[in-house]
Write a protein that binds this ligand. Structure first.
Ligand SMILES: C[S@@+](CC[C@H](N)C(=O)[O-])C[C@H]1O[C@@H](n2cnc3c(N)ncnc32)[C@H](O)[C@@H]1O
Length: 253
């Protein structure tokens, strides 16, 4: 597995089939729990991710690990065509029903590590909380790079670990105690809601995630820490050299 050496395989998914089954089970209650457990914050972060993409109405965007299509309505306003791809048919089924009035989105069942798309197909790729679920995250980022056209953009949202010790301790308590309890109670899948925070707690964030992106071929344009490092937004581009897509600044919010 081609990931950061700091990463323990024990905290990583090893099998895409198991991950697919887990999300199939979570699908019916996923959106409710997402809103409750993030206290609505995920919507703010999703909007920021979409706002950070280059503005165009003529392009094609791949929303990878789309799940129930949380990003789809926002992306649908900015792109001519959206492909929402995910490995879990149940998550996709909820998304299709949820966003049935959105006509410029196509839903595709696909493994992010072996995408069924030609090279250079998309003008942008988005992926929210998906990369850490891949047994081989670098392979997934390489696939995103392959299907993106030269000059195209990547916008990824992923959980991280806060740097401030007190904040990290509070967030860790919330993740390891509250999330599995509430998640387990509502979904009946407590082990899944232990897996989700556990994978976040050990997954490369900040500079380590940027390194994964670079190894996969991406030029890193900007990294934004959200809520003191609870999550990060990573913006990249498929070119080496200078950027006209994003403002190459680091921001903290
Ligand atoms: C935490 S959910 C995020 C869903 C959505 N992006 C959101 O923001 O709500 C992670 C998603 O990644 C999908 N996933 C996991 N492994 C995958 C893989 N190998 N290929 C494609 N999708 C995958 C899961 O089925 C799930 O829908």
């Amino acid at each position: 597995m081609n990931v950061s050496p700091a990463l323990s395989p024990l905290d990583r998914p090893t099998n895409s089939g198991e991950v697919r089954e887990m999300f199939n089970q979570l699908a019916p209650t996923y959106d409710l729990l997402n809103t409750v457990l993030s206290m609505g914050l995920h919507k703010v972060w999703e909007q920021r991710l979409v706002d950070a993409l280059p503005l165009t109405k003529t392009d094609r965007c791949l929303d990878l690990c789309t799940g129930t299509g949380a990003l789809v309505p926002r992306l649908a306003k900015r792109f001519q065509k959206i492909i929402g791809a995910d490995i879990s048919p149940e998550m996709l089924a909820v998304g299709k029903r949820r966003w049935s009035t959105i006509t410029n989105c196509e839903w595709v069942e696909a493994d992010a590590q072996a995408l069924p798309f030609e090279a250079d197909t998309f003008d942008a790729v988005t992926v929210a909380y998906g990369v850490r679920n891949l047994p081989d995250p670098e392979r997934g980022l390489q696939e995103m790079w392959r299907v993106t056209r030269e000059g195209g953009a990547l916008a990824a949202l992923e959980f991280g670990q806060p740097r401030n010790r007190l904040w990290r301790a509070i967030f860790s308590l919330y993740s390891s105690v509250i999330i599995p309890r509430i998640g387990g109670l509502v979904s009946g899948q407590r082990s899944a809601y232990r897996y989700l925070p556990k994978t976040s707690a050990s997954f490369p964030c900040g500079a380590a995630f940027e390194e994964l992106m670079r190894r996969a071929g991406w030029s890193v344009e900007r990294t934004i820490s959200l809520c003191g490092g609870v999550a990060f937004m990573y913006l990249g581009r498929k070119v080496s050299g200078s950027s006209d897509c994003f403002d190459a600044r680091r921001q903290e919010s």
